[in-house]
Design a protein around this ligand. Structure first.
Ligand SMILES: Nc1ncnc2c1ncn2[C@@H]1O[C@H](COP(=O)(O)OP(=O)(O)OP(=O)(O)O)[C@@H](O)[C@H]1O
Length: 259
């Protein structure tokens, strides 16, 4: 991981994205600074995954995206960014690849597909697997692991290049509750020195609120709220109503919104 970075890690300005039949992101603007742990929340279909795909360069929106101070189109250090998707836990279990090999694949983003794996690379794989407590299972077939163990392997793969920015899109979907806790403990450990930056799409902000520093709440593709976590829990009832456009009473109960 590199040393302190002064410019925003992510700068998003006036981001608009249309699928053929609908506008999904509408003039979204925000920055993410080094060391922030940003939670992106919002109802189903509010545009969270689309926003992540735009950040990763998988979709081409209107507006501006800058990564590490560079225009996204000119940015080439993609290894500085790692991505853990909600699909990682539903890995094709028939695919005959070992735990260590899956993590090794993460190295290709930095060194290219056809470069030899060096002793130093093997050490990186080991460190990443030790971080998630899976070094002992390095020779196991990924398909033989539980969902939670597989997800830990995918975190190790995301870590192997020592990324500055980790983007996680509902990474615990399909993972047993007891592994979910373990998963977030690993993230807590990873953000201890406050240099790494995290962006997490989640439906369960209460569960991760200890980790989160900032929140973006999308409402129908617009920025309903962009604030610190403390401020988020202190929002007034009218604002909360606008973020959760459902009929019924809104009650705030120990940091939770209960409808
Ligand atoms: N490839 C696509 N083509 C057309 N519409 C799409 C496509 N992908 C997503 N959408 C639509 O765009 C909207 C936003 O989808 P997106 O996946 O970004 O929402 P989300 O907030 O991540 O939802 P969820 O919480 O359910 O994961 C939804 O209405 C969805 O149906």
């Amino acid at each position: 991981m590199t040393e302190p970075i002064t410019e925003p890690i992510i700068e998003i300005k006036q981001l608009t994205y249309d699928y053929p039949d609908r506008r999904v992101l509408n003039e979204v603007t925000f920055n993410v600074q080094q060391g922030q742990f940003l939670a992106i929340v919002g109802e189903n279909g509010s545009g969270k995954s689309t926003l992540i795909k735009c950040m990763l360069g998988l979709l081409k929106p209107k507006g501006t995206i800058r990564l590490f101070g560079q225009d996204q189109a000119a940015f080439s250090d993609w290894w500085r960014i790692s991505y853990v998707s909600q699909k990682a836990a539903s890995f094709n279990s028939g695919f005959p690849v070992t735990v260590a090999e899956v993590v090794e694949m993460g190295l290709y983003a930095k060194k290219g597909l056809f470069r030899r794996v060096t002793k130093q690379d093997r050490q990186k794989v080991r460190t990443a697997l030790e971080t998630v407590g899976m070094w002992d299972r390095r020779d196991s077939k990924v398909g033989d692991l539980s969902g939670g163990q597989q997800q830990r392997v995918f975190i190790a793969r995301a870590l192997v290049n020592d990324p500055d920015l980790m983007i996680l899109d509902e990474p615990t979907v399909g993972v047993d509750q007891r592994y979910v806790k373990e998963f977030y403990e690993i993230l807590e450990e990873l953000r201890r020195d406050n240099k790494r930056t995290f962006v997490l799409v989640t439906h369960d902000i209460h569960f991760v609120s200890k980790l989160v520093t900032d929140v973006i709440h999308l409402v129908d593709g617009r920025l309903g709220c962009n604030c610190g976590i403390k401020e988020y829990w202190e929002l007034d009832e009218q604002t909360i109503r606008s973020l959760y456009p459902v009929p019924g009473r809104v009650l705030i109960h120990e940091g939770e919104v209960v409808q």
